[in-house]
Each structure stands twice: as C-alpha cells, then as structure tokens.
Design a binder for this molecule. Structure first.
Ligand SMILES: Nc1ncnc2c1ncn2[C@@H]1O[C@H](COP(=O)(O)OP(=O)(O)OP(=O)(O)O)[C@@H](O)[C@H]1O
Ligand SMILES: [Mg+2]
Length: 272
C-alpha cells in the first residue's frame, strides 16, 4: 500500500447462495415442507485487488451482475467480505443504490435529518444544510411526504443531495446517473466536476460509459466478479465495448448525453 492511497483492496472475495426450489408433488410439499430448496454458490467477487489514490476519480464498469454494487457495499461496510482485506482511509459518503439507508416509512424531512446525522452532520450543520439539500434536490414541496410515495428519480435526487452535502473525503457512487431526468443528470455532472476539482476521492459505478470516460482517471472492468482490466478509461472502455459487441456507434449510443457534452468539454485537464 502506498501512503497516498485512499482505498486498498486485496484479494476481496464474496459469495452468495442462490436458492433453487425443487418442485415436487403437492404430497411431497406437504410431507417435507422444509426440504424444498437447495442452494447454489454464487461467487459475486473473486480475489479482487485494486488501489484508489487520494484525490483519484476511479470508475468501475461491467455487465449486470458482475459484482460492482457488491464491491461498493463492501467498501462501505454494508457487506462483510468472505476473505481478503480492505483499507479505507478517510470519511466515506456512501451513495449506494436507491433507498439504501433511507427509511421509506418516514417523511423526506425525517430522512434528511436521520441520514445527515448518521453521516456525520452536527445539529447545527444540519440546520444550515437542510434547505440546501432540499433546494438542490428541488423537492421542497415534498418535504413532508413519506418516501414510499416518492418516485425513483425523486429518491435519487434526495439521496444524492445528502451524499454531497455531508463532510467526506471519499464518495462512493452507484448508478447516480441512472434514473435522474436529463436536467438532474446534468446537475450531477457539474457537481462531480467540482468534486473532482476539489481533490476528493470518488469511486463511480456506472453503465454510462460516456460519463465514465469523461470523469474517471482510471477504470476497472469487472466480469463475473473478476477484475478483467484496470487502466486508462479509453482502453478499458474500448475493450469492454468490443467484448459486448457495442463498439459502434460511439458516443451516439448515449444520445441523451450529447446535450451535456459541452459541459464535459470545459473540464480543464480532464481525460479524453
Ligand atoms: N444480497 C444478496 N443476496 C444474494 N445475492 C446477491 C446479493 N447481492 C448481490 N448478489 C448477487 O451477486 C452478484 C453481483 O451482483 P451486483 O449487484 O454486485 O452486480 P452489479 O455489477 O452491481 O450489477 P448491475 O449492473 O445490474 O447493478 C449477482 O449475481 C447478484 O445476484
Ligand atoms: Mg449494481
């Protein structure tokens, strides 16, 4: 481990078990109600090793089910790995997936207070940041609505607004660009650029390869829980798209982001 690394993961492995129902006759079902399920081992991560430098913008890509969210959850301490070690240096602001960490039975107001407090805001900081969080999310009207009545995009807005307002050194982002509408996605891009300039460490999991290419300094490709490539964004993304058979056209494959291209082009010193 180098002295400037924010995250060091060595040989991380994690398996889950997949249940399989053994379908029998109704009679068997009644006689052996507990014997109906067998389990198959599903290796979600297999000896994954990597290092993220302090202030680095690090991308993680790969097909559905390749282990990206599992990895982020281990980094955030939500899951325990089966073996291997992980060392995280600095305060984490984990924006894992939608809804994780929220209590859907409570109002947006109560969730902001709860989550903000859990993530390290003092009462006074919370008072100061409260309006800012709501304003950034553009959810002032819905402050007293229970989260289970929020749309997925509204949940994302709230979660992201909280994540970037709490004090952090390392931001873990899983699919932050996935369900927001175009205007919110553009807002996210702008904050990510600011966060990058502020020298924070970011781990960005995304299927938006265009954003990954523009923002990240290095990218890791996971496939079936194994690190298949780790290196320059253009090289890793090209290899991934070739394997997936999606190499053309580029970047028209993500037309929604054409409009925001101008934003990326103003990233001084950005990659690509
Ligand atoms: N809590 C869990 N219980 C059982 N299996 C799980 C659990 N979480 C993840 N898995 C399994 O681990 C594997 C990796 O899942 P993961 O969510 O990490 O994939 P991902 O790369 O984030 O995919 P996506 O791009 O769809 O978000 C999958 O096979 C999934 O079924
Ligand atoms: Mg995922």
């Amino acid at each position: 481990m180098t002295s400037t690394s924010a995250i060091t993961a060595v040989d991380l492995s994690k398996a889950f078990s997949i249940p399989h129902e053994t379908r029998g006759t109704l009679r068997e079902h009644v006689l052996h109600p507990l014997r109906r399920t067998t389990h198959e081992r599903n290796q979600a991560l297999q000896e994954v090793s990597f290092e993220v430098g302090q202030g680095e913008f690090f991308g993680v890509i790969g097909p559905n089910g390749s282990g990206k969210s599992t990895l982020l959850r281990i980094l955030a301490g939500i899951y325990a790995q089966d073996s291997g070690t992980v060392d995280v240096r600095g305060r984490l602001s984990p924006f894992i997936e939608l809804g994780v960490g929220f209590n859907l039975e409570l109002t947006a107001r109560d969730n902001v207070v709860l989550t903000g407090t859990l993530l390290g805001l003092t009462r006074q900081q919370l008072d100061e940041k409260f309006d800012e969080i709501l304003a950034f999310a553009e959810l002032e009207r819905f402050i007293d609505q229970k989260l289970n009545n929020f749309s997925s995009g509204m949940l994302l807005r709230l979660a992201y607004s909280i994540a970037i307002q709490v004090p952090f050194d390392i931001l873990l982002l899983d699919e932050v660009l996935a369900v927001g509408d175009e205007s919110f996605q553009e807002k996210c891009y702008r904050t990510l650029i600011d966060i990058r300039h502020a020298g924070k460490t970011v781990v960005l999991v995304s299927h938006n390869l265009y954003a990954v290419a523009r923002l990240c300094e290095r990218v890791m490709l996971l496939r079936n829980g194994v690190v298949e490539a780790l290196g320059r964004p253009d090289e890793v993304i090209r290899a991934y798209r070739e394997q997936e058979g999606t190499e053309d056209p580029w970047p028209a494959a993500a037309p929604a982001f054409e409009e925001t291209k101008s934003v990326w082009e103003h990233v001084a010193g950005g990659p690509g």
